[in-house]
Design a protein around this ligand. Structure first.
Ligand code: IDP
Ligand code: MG
Length: 151
């Protein structure tokens, strides 16, 4: 079973889209195993987005991610990393397909985009450790597991 780090960014919080987005993950049969409503510090944003530090959009990205609270979660499921990325859609609303989170709920091009999802198993492991201690992750058996994931 795979895990991924999902962040509902400040625009998702401010636009009151958290419930709708979480519902999509639940309806897809994915399992939330950790959740934290918090402000990201500039230091944590820098660690999380270290790969983008040289990009022209980096200062704006850190400002965006630290401007207001975020909802950070760990979701678990078969191929959850790819599943979440498909559900999220392309990076910005102008390119994201209808039916995706960014395609349906996204707003302006090249600025806000509602959601972060890890892009690989390595990123997921690194990012989950940045935001959660092992004792904050609540793994449990899903009552619906036999219908979602038949053996
Ligand atoms: P992803 O979130 O779809 O994986 P990445 O390319 O990893 O996209 O970029 C990380 C984040 O940086 C994006 O989600 C977005 O918030 C921001 N970003 C990426 N490219 C641009 C850009 O061209 N202008 C402004 N912000 C950007
Ligand atoms: Mg990325």
């Amino acid at each position: 079973m795979q895990r991924t780090l999902i962040i509902l960014k400040p625009d998702a919080v401010q636009r009151q889209l958290m419930g709708q987005i979480i519902t999509r993950f639940e309806q897809r049969g994915l399992q939330m195993i950790a959740c934290k409503f918090m402000r990201i510090t500039p230091d944590l944003a820098a660690k999380h987005y270290a790969e983008h530090v040289e990009k022209p959009f980096y200062p704006g990205l850190v400002k965006y991610m630290t401007s207001d609270p975020v909802l950070v979660m760990v979701w678990q499921g078969d191929d959850v990393i790819a599943a979440a990325r498909k559900m999220m859609g392309a990076t910005f609303a102008n390119n994201a397909e209808p039916g995706t989170i960014r395609g349906d709920l996204g707003s302006a091009p090249n600025t806000y985009n509602l959601i972060h999802g890890s892009d690989s198993a390595e990123s997921a492991a690194r990012e989950i450790k940045l935001f959660f201690g092992e004792d904050e992750i609540c793994d449990y058996d899903m009552a619906t597991a036999d219908w979602i994931r038949p053996k």
